[in-house]
Ligand binder design. Sequence first.
Ligand code: NAP
Ligand code: GFB
Length: 320
Amino acid sequence: MKVLVTGGTGLVGKALQTVIKNQGRQEEEWYFAGSKDADLTNLAATQALFAREKPTHVIHLAAMVGGLFHNMNNNLDFLRNNLLINDNVLQTAHEQGCVKVVSCLSTCIFPDKTTYPISETMVHNGPPHPSNYGYSYAKRLIDVQNHAYHDKYGRMYTSVIPCNIFGPHDNYKPEVSHVIPGMINRMHRLITENPEVPEIEKVFTIFGSGMPLRQFIYSLDLAELMIWVLRSYDSVEPIILSVDECQEVTIFEVASAIAEAFHFKGKLVCDTTKADGQYKKTASNAKLRSHLPDYLFTDFEIAIKASVQWYKDNYNEARK
Ligand code: NAP
Ligand code: GFB
């Protein structure tokens, strides 16, 4: 099996690299491509990458990715870039005879008006939240494309639907980041700058009300589950890869866990002038549990502590 991972140099790609290295399976060859290997919005570059690597299998992670605020301001770019990347990768994978492609959707693409918990059958049941419609429609089309390649050519092209992901090698750039790397970057800066100010007097700002609810999966857990999907899940239908519904936390609880990991002694306050985005997107992992009933997710607080420690230890090369 020769596996090409597109988007192999980001948060999820690096987690896959770590897990694959630890598993050390001789019968598999893996290549982790970043945008330096090929700008996948360009068809010729995509074809050259596939011709060079000759993959039999693809994990397709490459995408324009960002948090709430980045999506809100760039829906057109999220739509166009991801449509281009996805069409180039799926068509080229087909032309190169790749037997399986596992692509990535997200629990944020489900209908804004929905019943809970959300399940895989609900992807196309109504418009997504207005904050990220560009990204959402591009991602939803992957599911349509997968069915079209299966209907016409019998291709096993499928997709996973992760909840919010965090971990080492995240994207900490404030203007584009998701909530956890965004908070880690801002809290680290608050603690390390102005050392003359007693930490107990410092105030950390949580954007929004702190009330929205999220499920968070540690990137290393997601990587293990995606590798299982590549090797053992043979259905075109998407599968949600998320922690349990009961593991949902509020944004305020996230900030508290990050403050705990930093031993932050100051105050946490909410800036309600900033958007909350989706209030909740509670997803059911019942389908995953039907396959892997005993899978153990890493404890959230432990994963947050490990992510904060990674950021401190790798501050210089972190994307910030
Ligand atoms: P990330 O850290 O931003 O990494 C994105 C990857 O895509 C990088 O390897 C990047 O390459 C590559 N890439 C971006 N634009 C490209 C282009 N035009 N051509 C070639 N490569 C390009 O993102 P991530 O969080 O790992 O996301 C991986 C997948 O998970 C994405 O499909 C995303 O939609 C999905 N997802 C993420 C989350 C989350 O919370 N992070 C949640 C649900 C689903 P460079 O490193 O060279 O820029
Ligand atoms: O991870 P996030 O940016 O995206 O989380 P979503 C946004 C929530 O965290 C909002 C609050 O309620 C924000 O008000 N928040 C608090 C912060 N402090 C911060 C901060 O420093 N940075 C950020 N970014 N938020 C995204 C989708 O939704 O989910 C994307 O827009 C993607 O398309 C991603 O799929 C997984 O979870 O709201």
